[in-house]
Design a protein around this ligand. Sequence first.
Ligand code: PNS
Length: 169
Amino acid sequence: MPHEKRLSAIYPGSFDPLTNGHLDLVERSVRLVDHLVIAILRNDQKQALFSVAERIDMVREVVHGIPNVEVAAFDGLLVDFAAHCGASVIIRGIRAVSDYEYELQMALMNRRLRPEIETVFLMASEAHSFISSRLVKEVIRLGGNIADLVPPSIEGRLKRRLLEENGEE
Ligand code: PNS
């Protein structure tokens, strides 16, 4: 029996918060690789709604039933963290043509930094192609229904966070 090489991938992002689109990508990625690290960026310039520690908790809560998935935070270069994790693949989702340019730039830069790490793009399912963390936050802030856009535990956390923000808790 030849030695089988284990394929590890990293799925990086801000996940502020994780959406059903992200979850769909996680579920599809684990069918392609042996081990998946969901990597949450620390020190982002963007003003986040949830702290990194909260996001780690939230993502762990949602993916705990999915085998071979790990959740971690990283700072510095993504490719360095991928190498540190032993991941040879970076997974990114593409929803629409508008995602493509930024994703291509990142993929080419990452390839220049570490050519041995390959970026693999998965197309978002039609049902999720309009979902983004930014729009989910905007819709819930304006009183819209986000039940089909995020996992139930995340919806609960979002509702509580908005009540806190409004000084109602
Ligand atoms: O969910 P996002 O905000 O689209 O994720 C962006 C992310 C985290 C993938 C990207 O900002 C990133 O990889 N940051 C780490 C810093 C880095 O490696 N920069 C150079 C790569 S182009």
